[in-house]
Design a protein around this ligand. Structure first.
Ligand SMILES: CC(C)(COP(=O)(O)OP(=O)(O)OC[C@H]1O[C@@H](n2cnc3c(N)ncnc32)[C@H](O)[C@@H]1OP(=O)(O)O)[C@@H](O)C(=O)NCCC(=O)NCCS
Length: 167
């Protein structure tokens, strides 16, 4: 699949200046951030920093945590994408609450995972999920990722999932 990526309902592209407002509104929502980091909603500066890092990563590495655009409304509803990890990359996702429960994270992650293996050439893709985050664990399972280990980060239990490229 070529970039920008598209699925039936979603599109992924590089970040633009107008993405800050819609993306920040979901990062400032406590229910979205419950199982992210230490659980605190982000300040505008933190969201700006995230977008700045993603743009730099896209420029230097050719991948990042891309904005997810919901095609029917052209709205930015979250992100899905990669950061570098040993032997490959770590996949992650975050969607606005009013987009949950429609299979959108799974649709996004399947396309991004395929892009990671087939176009970016990753051999192994991992995901880290806080253990009470049942929705995210379900997404990971639907992608065919397997739990490998667990550890503590920010005083919270995190499960490491992985999937390797089919040879
Ligand atoms: C995790 C997240 C991206 C999932 O988005 P989504 O579009 O609702 O996900 P999907 O609809 O593709 O799949 C969710 C699955 O979890 C299930 N699920 C949702 N809440 C659940 C819960 N509390 N307990 C068990 N399963 C749950 C759904 O039923 C669905 O599974 P199914 O298809 O077998 O029915 C979204 O909840 C989110 O953005 N959360 C906040 C940010 C976050 O936690 N990011 C991940 C950090 S690792």
């Amino acid at each position: 699949m070529t970039f920008p990526l598209e699925t039936e309902r979603l599109m992924f592209r590089d970040w633009t200046a107008t993405d800050l407002e819609p993306f920040h509104s979901l990062c400032a929502d406590p229910s979205v951030m419950e199982f992210v980091g230490d659980g605190a909603p982000w300040s505008r500066e933190r969201t700006e920093q995230f977008i700045g890092c993603a743009r730099e990563m896209s420029r230097t590495l050719g991948f990042c945590r891309w904005p997810v655009i919901y095609k029917p409304s052209s709205a930015v509803i979250g992100f899905c994408g990669f950061v570098p990890a040993s032997e490959g990359a770590e996949i992650g996702w975050r969607l606005a609450k009013d987009s949950w429960g429609q299979g959108l994270a799974t649709e996004a992650a399947r396309a991004v995972l395929k892009h990671g293996f087939e176009t970016l050439g990753f051999q192994r893709i991992v995901a880290t999920v806080q253990s009470p985050n049942r929705a995210s664990i379900r997404v990971v399972e639907k992608l065919g990722m397997k739990a490998e280990s667990s550890f503590f980060r920010n005083g919270r239990e995190v499960i490491l999932f992985s999937i390797s490229r089919e040879i």
